[in-house]
Design a protein around this ligand. Structure first.
Ligand SMILES: [Zn+2]
Ligand SMILES: [Zn+2]
Length: 88
């Protein structure tokens, strides 16, 4: 799955660019936004200007390109299964 900033399309380079309010610095995409030190779940992720990105905050899940499609496919799968079950 591709990860990029929803605002400027900057792609995280694998570096530890994010700092939690507890002071811990880590790569937020390794833990899907959860701080490994205090286990706080960060719902928003800021882009990294000094690494070539913008400075905008976006919902963490918006960074994952194609996630909507995966959810759509899952919903479709559930509906398909229900249709099968409803048949006599
Ligand atoms: Zn923390
Ligand atoms: Zn950006």
């Amino acid at each position: 799955m591709k990860i990029r900033c929803p605002k400027c399309a900057w792609e995280p380079d694998g570096g530890e660019h994010w700092q939690c309010h507890c002071g811990h610095i880590w790569n937020t995409f390794e833990t899907i936004g959860r701080c490994p030190a205090c286990h706080h779940q960060h719902e928003y992720t800021q882009c990294v200007p000094h690494a070539g990105g913008c400075d905008k905050h976006s919902p963490h899940l918006d960074w994952y390109e194609g996630l909507d499609k995966i959810v759509e496919e899952l919903i479709e799968e559930v509906f398909t299964t229900e249709e099968v079950l409803q048949q006599p």
